[in-house]
Design a protein. Structure first.
Lengths: 379, 379
């Protein structure tokens, strides 16, 4: 590793990816400096993190409720945008939930900060604008999600003559559940992911495969891949995260035990791969078999909705993402059933009329409209 | 692809890899020029190849028997060394059987020709000398064997912080055969490889796993890997050819349907990956499952003999390779049984006394000694 200490801002520091990012920071004392932390309502944890890592700026949803006495000396409370754009920050870990990350990500890119992107909704909502902003300022966007990170690792050193990318999906907890029973599955069952430990929103999105649709959209934007070159295959073990087939037919796969700290660390230290004794190692013999099945598209209507919205573009992906965010919230609150998630999202999408070549304002407006429609749908 | 036509010399052109190299040349008209061809006793096929590809030099074991009228105008018969070192040759495909390739390979390196290495015995015999010669003249040695090619592809673009390399082995045709029956298996059964179409010598070496031991030695030399970082795992489907684990725990695997034309083409066109419609494509869903099992070392005593000789170094690997070449020949002729292959090789090795830091002459002497001992063993 080179000697430079990388200055980090972590958006969503109290969430699952935020916490695992801090675990990685702890594993490499003196290599990474946590400059700023942004969270939502979990003030207590945010304050403890700020203390431990001597953060200089923090932000949260209700700064008034946050006792300033909890913060380390010199640390002040500000907006997520200012956390991301602090002069000592080199890299922003964007790990907020849902659409909240969009503003700070755009601000970070405008300030020339490298963005490590764990929060996929902003890219789903506004992929074209985000990528244009990154190109405009010559800034790198580094994938953190395990599947795009796998694609990125497979492309390393290659001349980009890609003929196909295969993203794997565990299939979630209901892969083998009789379809007739899906309507009555509970939030507790949906939150029991077979292979990954993750936040609630993404765990439900993994059960519906909406998350996999988002990843296809993410791969489309991050790697400038045409839709027809992106495939999804069910791979229940979540060991191979993605495969890239090159023009000559050779396929590279990236594999690792399902643990988000690896893709987090890869983005934080790229192009270096420092040793981390805390990470599990892959043992092919212990795994025994890696299996692959075709994706049953009828079982996962959210996946089809995501692809359709992604391909249509304009403000449809923003509506998809917003309607899904509300639908998952309502499902977790017991207000709608599991199979009503795609019903709600599909109905909101079919009501929507997009403007062509939308601005960021148009996208945020479509997002707000979709949220109103989604709540109204469930009433 | 760049516009340059690469000039090839093919050593072992009438063998399996030689023929498949010519298939690749046919797939890319105007991109590769066959300057020279070297073969053994198959004069007829050699002459047909020389005609088709307008070779300028050829060599064979008994030039006197080769009617000059069969050769294309201007083509002359010479030695394998001169075929390899012809001024118009940029790349030598070394695909002879057994130890025969050693001389021409050393000659090619000394003349600054890139060597694509399909013929692993020379590297087993004289790995240290070959690698030193390549470094001395600043020449690249490119792997063609599917497993080393996979390692090479996985290392592409990486900073070489490798923590482990896993080479896969199909396990050969006798993986599930009761051990008591191994003594009586026939040459015909040993030649029925479950996944690869290859020459006879390497197919028998695959049944004994001597070939896998050779590949460990090959990987040790080609990639400068310490022995303890090289593992072998049984993977009956032969789809993943090798995996590389980096220091951070991330694993890359290279996959493709078992077809030698892919690694051949990769070496011929590196760093480009031109499209070749003739090559099969991988379909993970059609494959269904990739499985892994620990290597039963007791079932494959040749593997242990190879590793031991490789680690001892000096002239032991040359003795290993020569004794095995004779043992396989005797087995195919019905003169010894299948389980006598390791008995013969083990006995010859245990009789051997090496000089330290052997010269090429010492190695060739050890090779000749081992052949005499091996024939005597079977008498």
């Amino acid at each position: 590793m080179d000697g430079k200490v990388r200055g980090l801002a972590i958006l969503g520091s109290t969430g699952s990816i935020g916490g695992q990012t801090l675990e990685v920071v702890r594993s490499f004392p003196g290599k990474l400096s946590v400059v700023g932390l942004a969270a939502g309502h979990n003030h207590e944890l945010l304050a403890r993190q700020a203390q431990e890592f001597k953060a200089r700026v923090v932000s949260c949803h209700s700064p008034g409720e946050m006792g300033a006495s909890w913060l380390p000396p010199g640390c002040h409370v500000t907006t997520p945008e200012e956390v991301a754009c602090h002069p000592d920050v080199n890299l922003v870990m964007a790990a907020s939930v849902g659409s909240a990350g969009l503003g700070p990500i755009m601000a970070a890119l405008g300030h020339g900060k490298t963005v490590a992107l764990a929060n996929k909704e902003p890219l789903v909502m506004a992929g074209e604008l985000i990528m244009a902003e990154a190109r405009r300022w010559g800034v790198d966007i580094l994938p953190v999600d395990s599947e795009p990170s796998a694609i990125w690792q497979c492309l390393r050193g290659e001349e980009r003559d890609v003929s196909r990318v295969v993203i794997t999906a565990s299939g979630g907890p209901f892969r083998q559940r009789p379809r007739g029973e899906l309507a009555s599955v509970t939030p507790e069952e949906a939150l029991r992911h077979p292979t990954w430990r993750m936040g609630k929103k993404i765990t439900v999105d993994s059960a519906t495969l909406m998350n996999k649709g988002f990843e296809v959209i993410e791969a489309h934007w991050l790697f400038d891949l045409p839709w027809e070159k992106i495939e999804v295959v069910i791979h229940p073990q979540s060991v191979i995260h993605a495969m890239v087939e090159f023009a000559d037919g050779s396929v590279k796969a990236q594999m690792s035990p399902p643990d988000m700290r690896l893709p987090i660390q890869y983005a934080l230290f790229y192009p270096q791969r420092p040793r981390n004794g805390a990470l599990p190692r892959l043992d092919p013999v212990e795994i025994g078999a890696l299996t692959f099945e075709a994706l049953e598209v009828d079982r996962y209507p959210c996946f089809g909705l995501a692809l359709e919205a992604g391909k249509k573009g304009m403000t449809y992906p923003a509506v998809l993402s917003a309607a899904d965010e509300v639908a998952v919230e309502l499902f977790l609150a017991g207000a709608i059933g599991f199979t009503e998630i795609p019903d709600l999202v599909g109905d909101v999408l079919s009501e929507h009329h997009s403007v062509s070549t939308p601005s960021l304002e148009d996208i945020l407006e479509a997002d707000a409209w979709a949220r109103r429609m989604a709540y109204a749908w469930a009433r």
